[in-house]
Design a protein around this ligand. Sequence first.
Ligand code: HEM
Length: 387
Amino acid sequence: MPALFLQSEIENPHSFYQKMIEKNPVYWDEENKIWAVYTYQYCTALLKNTNVHIPSLAPDDNLNQYALLIIENLARLSNGIHHEIAKETAFILFSNMKSIGIEIIIKELLDSKSSPNQINWVDLVCKKLPICTVLKSFNFNDKDSNFIIEKIAVLVKIMQPNKTNEDIKIINEISEKIYSITVRHIVTLPFYDDLISKISKSHKISIEETISICISNLIGLLIQSYDACRGLLSNSLLELLSKENSSKIKVDKTWIEKMVIETLRFNSPIQNTRRIAAEDIQLDEFLIKKNDSILVVLASANIDPKQFVNPLIFDTERNNNQEHLTFGIGGHMCLAKYFSINLATETLYYLFSNYNIVLLENKIDYEPMINARLPKAIWISLLNKTT
Ligand code: HEM
């Protein structure tokens, strides 16, 4: 089997990963010309190695100036000093997010559906709640928020390496609109002047350039929150409703948080990430040559028996579940780890406190994506506990 496959084409990747950990921990996929790395030890070593870089997106002349600015400035896509500047900017923006009551947003989303007998959890909640939370945390008005929520699924395609002409056309339109909304909005944020002056002075870059780094990374936070949080909210609910776990459900925040963390390890919404070797890299007997592409299989590292005892058992009480690699590790590690765990915990706590939930369809189809394992739909029915 090639290292690259669509999550929609595999019912459960665990047995494949276990076979690779045992037989081919570092595997050259000749068809796709990429190394795939499966063990916890090697994935961690690569993500922490400063000679292992984020691959740049191939320059695309058809993208407009707004789409190009976003791509060039994002922390998630940059290396070296550009990464340091972008990461510091993203971090300051992120740390200035207002804390928002998730309860109000989830209630609004659930109440917007007249019949709770048949709800698609993915469309109604998972695709909207994380982005709504980030937008509200930055005080975006309702009109701009609704526009961004409606278009974000298309904007996230900006991160994909191979875009179709149709993708590029829509990305261009949306990038221009969202960029101009963010230009207008960012100046109203109370920490804006300090942010611009800090980044511009400490890195000796022009105000104009600093402004575009800030705008792009604010848009970057919206982009990054979409797929991964959608996956966490989906996969955590599926684990809670599974045959193995549903009888153990406790409507208790600490217990739900442990469920969420074990879901991140066992049913990772983000399965892998890509790198490129900036120098020759030796991993024991395996030599990854300079400029070779690498797939770091985070979800496989998460079930490495050398790191997690009985890894194929979903066990909320295992004492090192939080060592999973689903948020990455090293310089590019996700800055929203606690935010995301808290968002999923609060959402599921609200759901299980207020409703009895029935899963209506056991067969789950996944999106045709290589890097993320995202259920297309989860049909549930909600029975109000107070009626
Ligand atoms: C379940 C939810 C999430 C998961 C599983 C997740 C996962 C990840 C992973 C794996 C990376 C590192 C990628 C790499 O090393 O190649 C990353 C980076 C990042 N994430 Fe998240 N993420 C989540 C939610 C979020 C949210 C909600 C935000 C923003 C509000 C966010 C912002 C970022 C940013 C800005 C980076 C880039 C950091 C850098 O490159 O320096 N993430 N995330």
